[in-house]
Design a protein around this ligand. Sequence first.
Ligand code: NOJ
Length: 755
Amino acid sequence: MNKKLFPSIAFGLLATIVAGGAISSCTKSAAKGSDNADIEARVEALLSQMTIDEKIGQLNQLTGVGCTPERVAEIRSGSVGSLLNEVDPDTVNALQREAVENSRLGIPLIIARDVIHGFKTIFPIPLGQAATWDASIVEEGARVAADEASSAGVRWTFSPMVDVSRDARWGRIAESFGEDPYLASKLGVAMVNGYQGDDLSKPNTMAACVKHFVGYGASEGGKDYNTTWIPEPHLRDVYLPPFKACADAGAATFMCSFNDINGMPTNADTHLMRDILRGEWGWDGVMCSDWSSIQQMVPQGYCKDLEAATEAAAKAGVDVDMMSYAYVSSLKNLVEQGKVSEKVLDDLVRNVLRLKFRLGLFENPYVDTANARRFFTESNLAAAQHAAEQSAILLKNDGGVLPLKEGVRIAVTGPMMDAKHDQNGTWCFDLEKDKTVTVLEALNDMYGEGKIVAAPGLTYSRDTNAAGIAAAVAKARTADVILFVCGEEAVLSGEAHCRTDLTLPGAQKEMLRQLKATGKPVVSVVMTGRPMAIKDVVDNSDAILYCFHPGTMGGPAIANVLSGKVNPSGHLPASMPKASAQAPLYYSHKNTGRPAEGMMLMDEVPLEAEQTSTGCTSFYMDCGDGPLFPFGYGLSYTDFNYGPVVLSSEKMDAKNGTITASCEIENTGSVKGATVAQLYIRDLVGSLCRPVKELKGYEKIELAPGEKRTVSFTLNADDLAFYNAANERVTEPGDFQLWIAADSASGEAKGFVVE
Ligand code: NOJ
């Protein structure tokens, strides 16, 4: 407890006075477990003692440089409020001591870090976690990450990223939950809950930071940091829902994005941050800039200099300046000139102080070094392995080549077979490579080295040196089955790592052709950071297991799936393209006036054919229409039969009606397995054109062989609503269709009417 600031009698008095007054215009409390009135009183008490410089200091976030004399001086003077990228508990404590004991007001620092899919124990990348379609796995992963990272002093993570991502060229699709707003909402909330727990003031929690607000996933051309054009109804239907869900769940912080929307940088967007987020949604958390994103409004061509950028960001409601040095350099001047009001400044500071109180930092500023570094515990590794097992997606299994048969001799090959660094994926700042278990190690362990022959063929995914392929192929000939572990290195996805060619890089395609030519069954295990265009992998493999970079325990997880100890149940959180140039690609597209039909592909078009030869519908001459594998797709070692959909009624009231849809699902195969039952709807006619399908519910169920179970989903009128041209949320009467199916491309439509 910081005695300097809060002598109990004075504080008690102040609390009584302030609790009755209008402390905060916000109604909703971000971050559960806090006593709001008490915290608001403490915020006001502290704020009233602060100088303008100290206020601005709280808004300033700097990156870690260790405990240098310069940094100590900054902290003592109160000119820094939070630090990112300090992860050594002793350094964190030393810096914190300067803030708490040697600054005038003793306000603790917050230590932040990009803990994106695990701190030390690495879980599958978020896109892989989304493939589990299991919120409990995502929540547990975040809880483990919070426990590990907080034991090093990190109490604020810049995660989850809930950007709806429909363009596989965009490297950051790896960090997302994929293309669907409904799935991203459910999993985003789960991650927030995992990080923050039921009480953010507990020292083993972290404040979540929901990012990037907003529309970043729509970056034009799938190129990072690029401009976006998003009409507001579309923004509200597609990009905002996961943020709204996380705000409602009490996410403590948000981060604004690098992009502009329709020409307006999000860092200056008052409508987004003040009208929608704080006004309509009543959220009272901290809005953090992205790294230097306030300053970047200058090159973006929106602000003439740093002072103008500072003014725009402060007025729009960006509370924390991450690494722009904008607020520390210009905000005081702006306040003194009256260009930014003191009220605006105070509100920004309130938000930051509120977070510090909610985190319990005044009571527990220091890392408990006796209990520090809770890394790689048995249960954490088990949770990471379970997540990786559940995220593996079986895309193809001709002739039941998987699971591997008892006693077979396996040739393990490919550049990702033993890739300790790369199987962890993007954003692993705190990775300990030696703790990672690869596919080769796990298979050797499982089958004994006598059953495994191994040669990588290529040393890394971009390797074009084909010299090693012959040796790998020769070894493959001596085996009963070939396991080609291929994909992309970690560095080929993630921030600023966008690609236009979504096929396997390097000489991998050639190597696979040579492996296939041996005539042995080929199982491809594809590890990537994005949905790739793997038509050639499909053509040259008997089975495909698709694993978004699976993390520390990827090896044992994949070995368990290949051997049949675990029956795969992952389903795609994003559509897989047939060709790179299909991006962006998503199931929830509009129908167009000429939906694809009777497609005549390029090779079929006669010479000098007429202009209208292809039939004039919406498709590509060289790859037709639709994905290689649809959103929601994933096979199992068993089969499921989805029975007809039964509706509770064929009519529903547009104001307060509900409708229940049910479907009996049977495991018709011979082993236990899980399927994800997905509920989709279509609004056939709207005042704005509606998507051909929208996910509205899902349930993952496990069934024993021969077992049947009925899944039921109840929809209410609001579940059918969308934003019309006037930005009003409406449920419009008319004809609807509904599906319950194992992916977004199958099932029979069932009609109902909303009146
Ligand atoms: C830039 C990235 O866009 C953001 O996601 C990340 O949290 C910050 N840098 C901090 O590293």
